[in-house]
Design a protein around this ligand. Structure first.
Ligand code: IVH
Length: 709
């Protein structure tokens, strides 16, 4: 019986592997997805029923588990040093020249890619993958075996009972990164940060769906080298070959690892002849003489864009392990290899401290304050670190020296930690309690939240959001003023904006009569904002402009109708609206039944805000200019005086300034625009003429009542 089960399991394993190979590698499946799933599930069932016969290299291991990983620390058998770096080709020639001078043996070198991913150390025992460890600090890393097992191109078992340690890099293709990062609000600056984040996921089942890939580039003996060559040196593998890296790479492909399909091998022609057969097996590998190395690197750099994954340089390595051992290492890097980097980091800075910010939704975001550095024309001193996963993937701590980038005009990002701090500060961990109100934080998805809706930081965020541009747009009630008003005890939540007496500010530093009048005007004007803007400005979770539009289009054109619907607590009422999913439906119901929210709405309604949508009136004033800053110059046919055009901009959520400043986004240019036209062109503001403007505002009716074109 037992033998039967074992052989049944063995044969299922074989079949599943064959079909996986046909599907994933060759893209020519022989059976339907359903048949495959049935076969796979059969195997899963058997393994569950007879765990004693389950094989540790079973393909079911790639599915991952829903249990939380602990990532225990493990020490590396051979410390993981860094690579020394060069940036200019002449330096590389010097480096090669020096090795030739210092060594009598004939030199041969290899050039490999330096993929921008995460280092992985793979331990195999008797041919089975038993442990996969991160680089960590070079001496100890974290055991991420369960997550690594889900990566399809890392063999769970080898065709030979090899006991050894392999090093490689885990990465993700650029296309896969772009597609998946989009789902994550594009928080990851680059594929490396993304794949590193995935590798640290707590649940391996979440890693299994991510198309991570690997390249394996070094083979180390698994044994600690007592009195041997020491850390970072290449220890000749005990895999039964001559101790030449080119042969090791070939052997690793035979064992089923992914090795780069194009590798450069540089040696005398005599040595190259020896490898006739081997190079036949690897059509992408090139053989050249040593003097061709710079030329090869040049061309390789040119081909960088077409690789499909990111590389940040090339690694030049000595082929012969005997020479490697003789050359040895420093405490930082081996002397037998060098990284030729394509580009120096954009800016280097130091993490001064990491603060947590709590937003209006309660989301807690760590922000690094760095020593100010200039990157592509502006000074950067704050960099968002998004969430805990992100900090963990960077392994970032206060005091670390970091590379900061700013790709295009996106927000600045920490690309990598260049040097760990010397004080021994550990990887940054978000506090368990809200920094503002002390409430215990709760995780939800990739983020962590303060659940207390009365948390001062949340209230402040909520009021600031409500008055901000694009929302209620109360011009003179910016964040700083709100902070003051809260400190003075004049406002404690959104509705207070409409109930406090601005005159109470008279005499307070920074508030003159003029400013107080502007605040009053701004508050008064905001009462004209249409219902859709009011509702979205409340800052309720998942009830943003998009959801509001869907609700109104579906007939929920007033708050009373909406509150009524939410009061029925029937999800289907909302999930029935195309575009609203269960998560949003639940949030709508939950929040609109919250007495605090209802109270807020009641007060705002009593203050005279619009809580119903009037087709015609409100449709004409969709906030098409929200976030834009306009300057109006010259005279117009339809807008006499031109202030009428300014009114149209403001009605639609835009701001108007009398002069062109760095913030001006548009110049509405009429007849005889004067000097502002040239100024706009210089500052990059978009010049719009009357005809285009009319098109953008749609159905404009001049105050005379005539319909204009
Ligand atoms: S050999 C003793 N070869 O670069 C160091 N490293 O700065 C031996 N890397 O984190 C490293 N591609 O993960 C080597 N072809 C390659 C590599 C490579 C990427 C990474 C490695 C390490 C970093 C060293």
């Amino acid at each position: 019986m037992s033998g039967d089960i074992q052989s049944l399991i063995d044969s299922l394993v074989k079949d599943v592997e064959r079909h996986q190979d046909l599907y994933y590698k060759r893209a020519m499946p022989e059976i339907s997805d359903m048949e495959y799933d049935a076969m796979f599930n059969r195997l899963l069932e058997l393994e569950k029923k007879y765990p004693q016969y389950a094989r540790q290299d079973s393909p079911t291991k790639r599915v991952g588990s829903d249990l939380d990983n602990k990532f225990p620390e493990v020490s590396h058998p051979v410390p993981m040093l860094s690579l020394d770096k060069l940036y200019v080709p002449e330096e590389l020639e010097e480096w090669v020249g020096k090795i030739e001078r210092d060594n009598e043996e004939e030199l041969s070198l290899l050039v490999e890619e330096k993929v921008d991913g995460s280092t992985i150390v793979l331990h195999y025992e008797a041919g089975f993958l038993v442990r996969a460890v991160t680089r960590g600090d070079g001496y100890t890393g974290n055991d991420i075996t369960e997550n690594v097992r889900t990566i399809r191109d890392i063999p769970l078992s080898l065709p030979e009972p090899v006991t050894a340690v392999f090093r490689g890099e885990i990465y993700i293709n650029i296309d896969d990164f772009n597609a998946l990062n989009k789902d994550k609000e594009n928080i990851y600056a680059n594929p490396r940060n993304f794949s590193a984040g995935c590798l640290r996921r707590k649940k391996s089942s979440e890693v299994s769906g991510i198309p991570l890939r690997s390249f394996v580039y070094e083979w180390f003996s698994g044994k600690r080298q007592e009195g041997g060559p020491g850390p970072g040196s290449a220890v000749p593998p005990d895999g039964g070959h001559s101790g030449l890296h080119i042969e090791v790479l070939h052997r690793m492909t035979q064992l089923g690892f992914n090795v780069w399909p194009d590798i450069g091998f540089f040696s005398s022609p005599l040595v190259q002849e020896k490898y006739e057969e081997m190079f036949k097996a690897h059509p992408g590998w090139v053989r050249r003489s040593l003097s061709d190395i710079s030329d090869y690197i040049d061309r390789k750099m040119g081909k960088r864009e077409s690789l499909g994954y990111e590389i940040d340089g090339l690694v030049v390595k000595v082929n012969d392990y005997k020479t490697r051992i003789k050359m040895g290492h420093t405490s930082h890097h081996p002397r037998w290899a060098i990284a030729f980097k394509f580009k120096a980091p954009q800016a280097v800075s130091k993490i001064q401290c990491i603060e947590t910010q709590v937003g209006r939704t309660g989301r807690v975001t760590p922000v690094a304050r760095i020593e100010p550095v200039r990157i592509s024309g502006s000074t950067v001193s704050n960099v968002t670190l998004h969430n805990q996963d992100y900090c963990t993937s960077l392994d970032i701590a206060v005091g670390d020296v970091v590379a900061v980038s700013r790709r295009g005009d996106v927000i600045p990002a920490v690309e990598e930690v260049l040097e760990k701090n010397e004080k021994g500060n550990k990887t940054y961990l978000i506090n368990r309690n809200c920094p503002s109100c002390g409430t215990a934080l709760v995780p939800d998805g990739a983020h962590i939240f303060c659940p207390n809706s009365n948390c001062p930081a949340r209230v402040f965020g909520r009021i600031s959001f409500f008055t901000s541009r694009g929302q209620m747009d109360i011009e003179n009630l910016g964040s700083e003023t709100i902070k003051r008003l809260m400190e003075l005890g004049l406002i404690a939540d959104i509705p207070d904006i409409y109930y406090f007496d601005p005159d109470a500010l008279l005499g307070v530093e920074g508030f003159g009569e003029k400013k107080i009048q502007l605040i009053k005007d701004g508050i008064k004007r905001s009462k004209k904002k249409p219902y859709d803007v009011v509702l979205a400005s409340l800052g309720l979770d998942d009830i943003g402009p998009k959801a509001v539009e869907l609700l109104i289009d579906d007939g929920y054109g007033s708050i009373d109708v909406l509150l009524d619907a939410a009061g029925q607590k029937n999800m289907e009422i909302f999930t029935g609206i195309h575009g609203i999913g269960p998560r949003t439906a639940e949030k709508i119901i939950h929040q609109l039944n919250d007495p605090a929210v209802q109270n807020m709405i009641r007060k705002l309604k009593a203050a005279g805000l619009n809580f119903s949508y009037e087709r015609g009136r409100d449709e004409a004033v969709r906030q098409v200019f929200s976030g834009e800053v306009w300057c109006v110059t010259g005279s117009f046919e339809n807008f006499k005086p031109r202030e009428l055009a300014m009114e149209e901009v403001k009605k639609r959520g835009g701001r108007v300034t009398s002069n062109i400043t760095g913030k001006t986004t548009h110049l509405l240019a009429g007849i005889n625009p004067g000097g502002k036209l040239a100024k706009a062109k210089k500052s990059g503001a978009l010049v719009v003429v009357e005809e285009e403007f009319l098109k953008r505002i749609g159905n404009y009716a001049a105050p005379s009542g005539e319909k204009q074109q």
